[in-house]
Design a protein around this ligand. Structure first.
Ligand code: 5RP
Length: 291
């Protein structure tokens, strides 16, 4: 029998305090359910509404990429500085300590290797496994204008349907083929299609001219991929320009883990993304940490 001794009358209703109605810090996400918002809060810092995602999923089509040969040695020491880790389930289970308690964005599409036509991807993770791994989102590549455009869009919409069922955000990753122009017009098209078809947030590439129109036309948060390795100052400048022009952060891989000082680089990227540190200052900060 429940112990009911000592139960007191309720009385403290704070009648003079209105119940708070917090606004969610991410654009286009107000109408999402609690579980979806809670997962997004493991990706985007609720204080800044921005994220530094550390992308290390390259092996799913490239094999042991330079800088990712030993994820346990090279990447795990960077985890304290990332808001989120983006990786495959193989790496997650075999190399990432389960005590890592920030968000994980799980690579959920795949199929072809660099030896084949890259856009011919399928869904590569069951939603049940993503839930079992307790990840914060799943990521799927979308190849707008590619030879398997419809298949890749269908991969995303299937994951969106499953994600909506279970409260799992879906990151639509706009992939650019060699034959496609990397300009604002293309990025507007690709990111908007992802958002319209249900992606919770979208990853794209930064473009020098007109990125603010890409961010403005996309109704959900946008993060930028780092792309190929650049000199550190250029990569910090790109991150700065992207967040100033409307990106909600970066999903950066090679420009962090292929840096000569990855731990210093990720901390400098954090300063740019979360504190709006200017590129010159961030580069000095990088140099001071890199010694
Ligand atoms: C691979 C990806 C990568 O995660 C993405 O490209 C980010 O890494 P990088 O900054 O090295 O470009 O989605 O398809």
């Amino acid at each position: 029998m429940a112990d009911t001794d000592g139960i007191q009358d309720t009385h403290d209703y704070h009648l003079d305090i209105a119940q708070t109605a917090e606004t969610f810090p991410l654009k286009g996400c107000q109408s999402l359910d609690w579980g979806m918002k809670n997962r997004l809060s493991h990706i985007f810092d609720p204080k800044t509404g921005r994220t530094v995602m550390l992308a290390v999923d390259h092996g799913y089509f490239m094999g042991p990429t330079s800088g990712l040969e030993r994820i346990d040695v090279n990447i795990n020491p960077l985890l304290p500085y990332a808001n989120t880790l983006m990786c495959t389930r193989g790496v997650l289970r075999s190399l990432i300590p389960p005590t890592f308690n920030k968000g994980v964005v799980l690579r959920a599409s795949g199929g072809p290797s660099i030896l084949k036509e890259l856009s011919d991807e399928r869904i590569a993770v069951d939603m049940e496994d993503a839930l079992r791994l307790n990840v914060a989102a799943v990521a799927v590549q979308v190849f707008i204008g590619g030879p398997f455009e419809t298949q890749s869009v269908h991969n995303m919409t299937q994951l969106v349907d499953q994600g909506n069922r279970y409260g799992m955000p879906v990151l639509g990753v706009t992939a650019v083929g060699k034959e496609l122009a990397r300009d604002a017009k293309y990025m507007r098209l690709a990111t908007r299609i992802c958002a319209e078809l249900g992606a919770t947030y979208v990853k794209t590439y930064f473009v020098e001219k007109g990125f603010e129109t890409v961010a403005a036309a996309c109704p959900v948060p946008i993060v930028i991929a780092g792309g190929k390795k650049l000199p550190e100052k250029e990569a910090l400048t790109m991150a700065y320009q992207a967040v100033q022009q409307g990106a909600a952060g970066v999903d950066m891989g090679r420009n962090i883990f292929q840096s000569t000082a990855p731990t210093a680089m990720i901390q400098a990227v954090r300063k740019v993304v979360h504190e709006n540190m200017k590129p010159n200052e961030a580069y000095e900060y990088y140099q001071s940490l890199a010694g």
